[in-house]
Design a binder for this molecule. Structure first.
Ligand SMILES: Cc1cc2nc3c(=O)[nH]c(=O)nc-3n(C[C@H](O)[C@H](O)[C@H](O)COP(=O)(O)OP(=O)(O)OC[C@H]3O[C@@H](n4cnc5c(N)ncnc54)[C@H](O)[C@@H]3O)c2cc1C
Length: 390
């Protein structure tokens, strides 16, 4: 049995803990926040992610708090339908759900005490006896393995990679909110994205009358909007857009709107150093254009769990962590490129470029999207198959 310290209690840290415990190891999660985050917004979890949730024994719990996705609609700001893409049925379906519900479902798969909050990790050291975490409250260890699941600004990443290239700013801001609408009123069941010039607006029904939305705007430099001004800023951007764009923003208090400057990294090799490895956004932060960041974090968890089945001893651990990177790198790198490209296309603001974009959408066969989506969603079942949760 390996003692595994996991820094970060987001989707990747929690999923890794469930996966590693399921294969007989002893993980402990150290999260800096006072509680497992209630903050966040909606997420799309595609079939590759729901398949992993099933393997982790958390799918039924998630299905009770999510909305099944059957269609994706691409629309013009006027409301005109540009493309209607049916979401292919896999063994498990794609859903949209609140991040807090997903994290809570994962926590419920773990025994009390395995996830510790208010545990900020400040540093790390490794010697012959194992790896030690330097937490604000004191040192913990030795661990046989440490995972950096501490997100896009990972401190474990600095230990693993040393001086690293900075995050790349991709030129636009994303706001997200969750509007509570009358649960008795019909809500659109498809997820959708609407294109304007340099702006996009996305809608994800989450079930129970909750509707997640996002809006984007180009900005040469990362900038912040005052909390109290966010709603008015977005309402001005989507003035005149089709229903229910305006009403969703109007139903979300300004203080509840999240704002992110969009960053990613070019995905490079080098995710582990000795017995310390990176997972999720710490290893491979993507722009959110395919809604795949958390899905990939879930995949990471089961692949790592499977690779560490029965592993004992330093050399074997190091080898398994290197193998993890080899298995994940090509898929994650391709996804990051695609996300970046889609984001750039979605943010075009030149009217002539926009005209070309709209013409292209008319002639691109839906089958192309279906094929791409299949490659993304039909995640290597063979990598997961032998994995059985406790
Ligand atoms: C606008 C937007 C929309 C998105 N939409 C989707 C979507 O629809 N579908 C999808 O699959 N993905 C989506 N994503 C991506 C997804 O949110 C991330 O990929 C996912 O949350 C990564 O999980 P993580 O656990 O690796 O990192 P995080 O969620 O960032 O979790 C890291 C955790 O580590 C903790 N931590 C950090 N530093 C320390 C420290 N020093 N000590 C202790 N704890 C620490 C943090 O508090 C946090 O809880 C979206 C992202 C954005 C920005």
């Amino acid at each position: 049995m390996l003692r595994i310290g996991i820094v970060g209690g987001g989707v990747s840290g929690l999923a890794a803990a469930v996966a590693l415990r399921s294969v007989g190891h002893a993980p402990e999660v150290f999260e800096r926040a006072p509680q497992i985050q209630e903050v966040g917004s909606g997420l799309t979890l595609w079939a590759n992610a729901t398949r992993v949730l099933r393997e982790l024994g958390a799918l039924d719990d998630c299905l009770e708090r999510s909305h099944r996705i059957d269609d994706f609609h691409l629309q013009h700001a006027s409301g005109r339908m540009l493309m209607r893409i049916p979401i292919e049925a896999f063994a498990t379906h794609a859903v949209a759900m609140h991040r807090a519900d997903l994290q809570a479902a994962l926590v419920r798969r773990l025994p009390a005490g395995m996830v510790m909050t208010q545990q900020q990790c400040l540093g790390i050291r490794e010697d012959a006896s194992g790896v030690y975490l330097q937490l604000a409250a004191g040192e913990r260890g030795p661990f046989d393995v440490v995972l950096g699941a501490d997100g896009v600004r990972s401190c474990i990443r600095s230990y693993v990679r040393g001086a690293d290239e900075p995050l790349s700013y991709r030129g636009y801001t994303i706001w997200r909110g969750v509007a509570q609408v009358d649960a008795r009123q019909p809500v659109q069941s498809a997820i959708s994205e609407t294109w304007g010039l340099g702006h996009r607006f996305g809608i994800l029904p989450l079930g129970g009358g909750r509707v997640c939305w996002y809006a984007t705007a180009n900005a040469r430099q990362p900038k912040t909007t005052r909390l109290e001004d966010r709603q008015a800023t977005i309402l001005a951007l989507v003035d005149g857009w089709h229903d229910p764009v305006q009403s969703l923003v109007a139903a979300t208090p300004s203080e509840a709107i999240l704002e992110h400057a969009t960053y990613d990294r070019v995905v490079r090799a080098g995710w582990s150093r000795g017995a310390v490895a990176l997972v999720g956004d710490a290893a491979h932060p993507l722009t959110p254009n395919l809604g795949q960041g958390a899905c990939l974090a879930l995949e990471d968890a089961v692949v790592l769990g499977r690779l560490l089945i029965g592993v004992q001893g330093r050399e074997a651990v190091h080898g398994a962590l290197r193998r993890f990177e080899q298995m994940r790198l090509p898929r994650v790198r391709a996804m990051a490129r695609r996300c970046r490209w889609l984001g750039a296309l979605g943010q075009w603001e030149d009217p002539r470029a926009n005209f070309l974009r709209l013409q292209a959408v008319k002639v691109i066969p839906g089958a192309l999207f279906t094929r791409t989506s299949r490659a993304i969603q039909s995640f290597a079942a063979d990598q997961v198959a032998p994995f059985r949760p406790l």
